[in-house]
Ligand binder design. Structure first.
Ligand code: SF4
Length: 363
């Protein structure tokens, strides 16, 4: 299909904003068309026809009829008696040049004298909110230039396959909107051919099958796709890259959780970048069966030598001694037990040696 749209048509402004260099690549390139595009054209045509004429459109399926019923139901709510369907409009720049031109799906004046602007989206992919939708903003500015007397324009996106089906926004600040659109176009005009940035705006780009940025992305993905489990093509490269990022994020989260568990349990995490290498710190190793350990090495060590390597949990031992002294009737109270142990135990732990010396000196 030959190029019939303005190179910076309203539907391309979002792409120009994010990928200014696309203006060079899309130039003179044909619309790839395809089955979905054809169905879209058919539904765009049918939605403005009276329902009685739909059966004449033999390519409509029962699901298309349902879609059309939802779409026309939304149109009726807007209370417009006469719609202007696919009328070409222009946005004139500051030097009277045609900055952009395009054909909104439909617009009309409602019973309150307000312009209602409608754009149908028959696909399944949600488009940006009307308030942030550059295509709608450009149509609104075109209508404002054509009808300077209006103060506001209500714009609606009708997307029958998604909920909510009808999303609306009222445009009022036309000067600012115009300026934003002129800035985007000026940025694209100045862009170098390699000023390319892949993103979701690539979806309808005419250059997507020959774009070097997409090919680079595709090659890098192909390298990472071991054993060719997925065929990476310029068409699916961006979608795959998005999925890869999601999986990568999930893996990173899992990795952090694993590290946390290891660290909480006395382990140590390997160097960053070296992968997940967990090692047990030497300090966290302990002998759970001292008796068995002694039997293993008794030909090398005397009991006294072996005991030098054994440390005891003083707090637990002290507490246990206190309880046993009371339970065995050696003393009456825990306080008495603790006092007795203060004298008896110091030699059993480091600091106690000094205390023992003091105690002996006192005696
Ligand atoms: S395919 Fe994407 S990156 Fe390439 S020119 Fe089009 S919008 Fe830019």
């Amino acid at each position: 299909m030959p190029e019939t749209h303005h190179i910076n048509s309203p539907s391309r402004l979002y792409r120009r904003y994010h990928c200014p260099g696309s203006v060079h690549l899309e130039k003179d390139r044909p619309d790839p068309g395809g089955e979905y595009a054809e169905k879209g054209h058919l539904l765009h045509k049918a939605v403005w026809l009276p329902k009685e004429e739909w059966p004449g459109l033999s390519d409509l399926t029962s699901s298309d009829i349902q879609t059309l019923e939802i779409a026309t139901g939304c149109l009726e709510k807007l209370n417009v008696s006469e719609w202007h369907v696919e009328t070409p409009l222009k946005l004139v720049g500051k030097f009277f040049e045609i900055a952009t031109e395009g054909t909104p799906d439909g617009w009309g004046v409602n019973a309150d004298g307000i312009i209602e602007l409608v754009d149908f989206k028959f696909g399944w992919i949600e488009v940006s909110e009307p308030a942030e939708n550059l295509q709608l903003a450009a149509y609104a500015c075109m209508l404002k230039q054509a009808h300077p007397e209006v103060e506001m324009i209500r714009a609606h996106i009708i997307q029958p396959n998604l909920a909510p089906v009808l999303r609306s926004y009222t445009f009022r600040r036309f000067e600012r909107l115009e300026q934003r659109i002129f800035d985007i176009i000026a940025q694209a005009d100045k862009a170098e051919p390699d000023d390319l940035q892949p993103g979701d705006w690539c979806r309808y780009c005419r250059a997507s099958t020959c774009c070097p940025a997409i090919q680079k992305l595709s090659t890098s993905l192909q390298e990472r796709t071991e054993m060719g489990l997925v065929e990476v093509t310029p068409e699916n490269a961006y979608a795959l890259e998005q999925k890869r990022k999601i999986v990568q994020k999930a893996l990173d989260t899992l990795k952090d959780e694993i590290k946390q568990v290891v660290q909480e349990n006395g382990g140590e995490v390997g160097e960053p970048g070296a992968g997940l290498k967990f090692k047990t710190t030497k300090g966290s190793r302990y002998i759970s069966d001292v008796q068995a350990a002694y039997h293993t090495v008794q030909s090398l060590y005397t009991v006294e030598e072996f005991l030098r390597f054994c440390s005891m949990d003083f707090t637990r031992f002290h507490q246990d001694c206190v309880n046993r002294l009371v339970e065995n009737g050696k003393v009456k109270t825990k306080k008495q037990a603790e006092s007795a142990l203060d004298h008896a135990l110091p030699i059993m732990y480091g600091k106690g040696r000094e205390m023992l010396q003091e105690w002996k000196q006192k005696e």
